[in-house]
Design a binder for this molecule. Structure first.
Ligand code: FAD
Length: 374
């Protein structure tokens, strides 16, 4: 059996689902192939923080652009997506971290992102459960949170409403315009998009993507315990580290009243079992910032795998080693945030039009063998 499409997308995580919607919106005959559940991979494991980050100018551009797209979409999102513009407080423990607050503010301001510097007493008023005193914080009011698997399901439902077809199968191979499924079906497509997250290397061996394990804990319902997404400024060191295991204080208020407690980063840990030592380190870190958090009940812990690239930027665009192949993967800890921006850039590439934001930093060509060997 053979079927023919303009674009076949491998993976219905939040990135594949967003791309499917964008392709369908632009009139492409779109098929999506998902081996498990819509939004069931890293998307289901993610925290759902829609956050502007400034590791690099390219990361800032993509996160900021994507956040504005989420803001535009927010009123259409169904209730189960639990979108809430709670803002982020980047918490400074001491005066050295306050320097980072001011540096960050300058960068955000120059990018047009509004922020506010809170001194220690103002921070204590804003978040009474935080340890007191702390030096202060940077408030980013435009940051938001949502529930990622329902966001992916919504995006996929929009794509299907416009005619995209979903195949619940595993893709065994994808190259030269042909996608072979595990029931023997072969789909042919002008373009194939690999959006299979951390598993993308199974279809394109040699892609520079490593799995980076993360743990999260969710509590019972304690409405109002915290009001903003709270992140220690040390989180940036944790996210930057390319080798060591790391944990950082990162707590999110859910619309349900639950608290999501993160977060950890590990390379080389490929099984999904929760590690008690990592969990203990995470909860101790959280208790340093929120002394009463230890009195709350945790109801579940889980792990997931971020798809990490060497330069901490995703791979979005054509794969130079096969004219039919495009990539949208490698989003590490920011794929929920950047899914909508990724989808616009990717669809611009597919249509051959100028991309919504400058796309060069995300081009997969930077890692292709042919590009490296030129
Ligand atoms: C602990 C943790 C916390 C995070 N917190 C945040 C956060 O707060 N904010 C944020 O922006 N990001 C966060 N992230 C990152 C975010 O979750 C990911 O970047 C994002 O979910 C990646 O989406 P994706 O669609 O690329 O991949 P996935 O969600 O992994 O989807 C890939 C899909 O492809 C399917 N697939 C794979 N291989 C095949 C195949 N051969 N055939 C068919 N289907 C296939 C899989 O079944 C899966 O459904 C976090 C991640 C983790 C692990």
């Amino acid at each position: 059996m053979s079927e023919n499409w303009d674009v076949v997308i491998v993976g219905a995580g939040i990135v594949g689902a967003a791309c499917a919607w964008q392709c369908a919106l632009r009139g492409m005959r779109t098929a999506v192939v998902e081996a498990n559940f819509i939004g069931g991979g890293a998307t289901a494991a993610g925290m759902g923080h829609i956050v502007v980050m400034d590791d690099s100018p390219a990361q800032l551009a993509l996160t900021h652009y994507s956040q504005t797209l989420w803001q535009g979409l927010s009123k259409s999102l169904p209730n189960d997506v639990e979108y809430e513009a709670c803002g982020t407080l980047w918490v400074a423990a001491d005066e050295e971290e306050m320097q980072e607050v001011h540096r960050k503010r300058e960068v955000y301001t120059s990018a047009g992102v509004a922020t506010e510097v809170l001194a220690g007493p103002t921070l204590a008023d804003a978040e009474p459960q935080l340890r007191n005193p702390l030096a202060g914080a940077l408030l980013v009011p435009s940051d938001a949170v949502l529930y990622p698997p329902c966001a992916a399901a919504y995006l996929m439902s929009q794509a299907r409403r416009l005619g995209a077809q979903l195949y619940r199968r595993k893709v065994l191979s994808a190259r030269a315009g042909k996608v072979r499924l595990d029931d023997g079906t072969q789909l042919t497509a002008t373009r194939i998009l690999i959006a299979s997250g951390a598993d993308a290397c199974e279809l394109i061996p040699g892609l520079p993507i490593k799995k980076r394990k993360g743990h999260l804990v969710i509590t019972d319902r304690y409405p109002g315990f915290v009001r903003h997404q709270l992140v220690e400024l040390g989180y940036l060191k944790s996210a930057h580290s390319s080798t060591a295991d790391s944990v950082a204080f990162n707590v999110q208020p859910r619309k349900t009243g639950q608290l999501l407690i993160g977060s950890s980063r590990q390379f080389g840990a490929e099984d999904s079992v929760a590690d008690p030592q990592i969990l203990a380190a995470m909860t101790e870190r959280a208790a340093w910032y929120l002394p009463k958090i230890g009195k709350l009940s945790a109801i579940r812990v889980w792990t997931g795998f971020r798809a990490a690239t060497p330069d901490k930027l995703p791979l979005i665009g054509p794969w130079p080693e096969d004219d039919s192949l495009f990539l949208a993967t490698g989003h590490e800890g920011l794929g929920i945030t950047t899914s909508l921006g990724t989808a616009r850039i990717l669809a611009d590439h597919l249509e051959g039009v100028t991309t919504a934001i400058p796309a060069a930093p995300y081009l997969p060509a930077r890692f292709a063998r042919s590009a490296v060997h030129v």
